[in-house]
Design a protein around this ligand. Structure first.
Ligand code: IPE
Ligand code: IPE
Ligand code: MG
Length: 232
């Protein structure tokens, strides 16, 4: 757990990127146009996080609950993801980004899995910012996955540290700051374990309108918080 350093920049920022559909609706555009605009906001945020000295950026891209959306929207999102992964892999070489993915592989399409594997391998040795894409991610699934791994090891009693070891990325520090755009104020099955002491920042800005300035505003809000971790 990180200590409270006044004016410090969080090591790990996690973002629930929400509001693509409403952004498109406001413009009488198809929902996919909102997702496409959202992909541009991802690039801006990645640059902003790198500039600010953030080490880990987790972006909630697709939840385990999002499969109930219309097939056409899911197909569009998967296609966008493939394109983004291609672009990201190229940029990662330039910017020294490392890609991690948190989530279950099933039932992601084979083409997406191939691109993920390629990007994760190609960037594994990079030493810059780690972009952790939460994809087909659900926090209850992550915790259950860890519990099952512990059962498979024959454990009959576990500690929080044992569970931490079997999360999708045991080396991922807890996010000091969790941002959610679009005015919704809920976790939607995101990082339930890791969020135990996170600071939350909610903004009405829709994800496609999210900018470097908005990101820095969230960091400033975080820096103004007092974190007590149960102490005085
Ligand atoms: C977030 O935007 C993107 C995903 C969940 C994939 P939404 O698509 O949820 O946008 P709204 O909430 O309908 O506006
Ligand atoms: C959360 O957004 C998931 C992602 C941002 C990927 P949703 O739009 O799916 O969340 P709910 O349904 O409003 O809770
Ligand atoms: Mg939404």
């Amino acid at each position: 757990m990180s200590e409270n350093l006044p004016n410090s920049t969080p090591r790990h920022v996690a973002i629930i990127m929400d509001g693509n559909g409403r952004w498109a609706k406001e413009r009488l555009l198809p929902r996919q146009a909102g997702h496409n605009a959202g992909a541009k906001a991802v690039e801006r945020t990645l640059q902003a996080a790198q500039k600010a000295g953030v080490e880990f950026l987790t972006l909630y891209a697709f939840s385990t609950e999002n499969w109930i959306r219309p097939q056409e929207e899911i197909d569009g999102l998967m296609k966008l993801l493939e394109q983004t992964l291609d672009k990201y892999t190229k940029e990662a070489e330039k910017n020294n980004f490392r890609l991690w993915v948190s989530g279950e592989r099933e039932p992601l399409p084979a083409r997406v899995l191939e691109k993920i594997d390629y990007a994760v391998n190609a960037t594994a040795e990079n030493t810059g910012l780690t972009l952790n894409l939460a994809l087909n991610y659900g926090a209850r699934q992550e915790i259950t996955h860890a519990v099952n791994a512990l059962i498979a090891e024959g454990k009959t009693s576990v500690t929080p540290e044992d569970l931490q070891k079997h999360l999708y990325h045991s080396a991922l520090p807890d996010p000091e700051l969790i941002i959610r755009t679009s005015g919704e104020e809920r976790l939607s099955n995101f990082l339930l374990w890791q969020a135990a002491y996170s600071e939350f920042y909610f903004t009405p800005v829709l994800w496609p309108d999210f900018t470097e300035a908005e990101f820095n505003k969230a960091l400033d809000a975080y820096r103004a918080r007092t974190r007590r971790f149960g102490g005085l």
